[in-house]
Design a protein around this ligand. Structure first.
Ligand SMILES: [Ca+2]
Ligand SMILES: [Ca+2]
Length: 163
């Protein structure tokens, strides 16, 4: 039973769009912190992962979109959560570029059987085949208009054996 919770840090910035008008409407993500780097699936207090993501969205409508976290150990291990409103309505209407930090918590990471190849969403981001005792998580953001930008992945997180 895995859950995803989202914390929005208070670092939302409204950036005036560049006048050249070449705005990317898709929200991009960059993983800036992953903690802890070791999870113990047999201990409920030690199996929760916090991924800190910097986001940018060229037209401001990321709020109320979704965040997907792909567990690259096997296809279909994806947790999704709705994002809270981010920019105010005026900014969204005006298509103002926004950037800020999201804290994404993936709760209760379990021990799973590995696929032989990385799931497509992870492969696209350059993640190789799953490795025993490790897990990589990739974060992809989708704005309220349905635009998905470039995601980013955590370093390998050690998964302690449940034995
Ligand atoms: Ca957007
Ligand atoms: Ca837990």
């Amino acid at each position: 039973m895995r859950r995803l919770s989202i914390g929005l840090c208070a670092t939302l910035a409204l950036v005036l769009s560049a006048a050249c008008g070449d705005v990317d409407p898709a929200p991009n993500a960059a993983v800036v912190d992953t903690a802890p780097l070791e999870l113990d699936p047999s201990d409920d207090a030690l199996d929760d992962l916090t991924i800190t993501v910097e986001y940018t969205d060229g037209d401001g409508d990321l709020g109320e979109g979704t965040v997907d976290v792909h567990d690259c150990r096997a296809a279909g291990l994806v947790v999704s959560a709705p994002l809270p409103p981010i920019a105010n309505m005026d900014a969204v209407e005006d298509g103002v570029m926004i950037e800020g930090v999201l804290e994404v918590v993936v709760s209760d990471v379990g021990d799973v059987e590995l696929d032989t190849v990385a799931p497509a969403a992870c492969d696209e981001l350059g993640i190789g085949a799953p490795v025993a005792g490790e897990a990589v998580f990739c974060v992809v953001l989708t704005d309220v208009a349905g635009n998905s930008g470039t995601g980013d992945c955590t370093p390998a997180v050690a998964i302690l054996s449940a034995e």
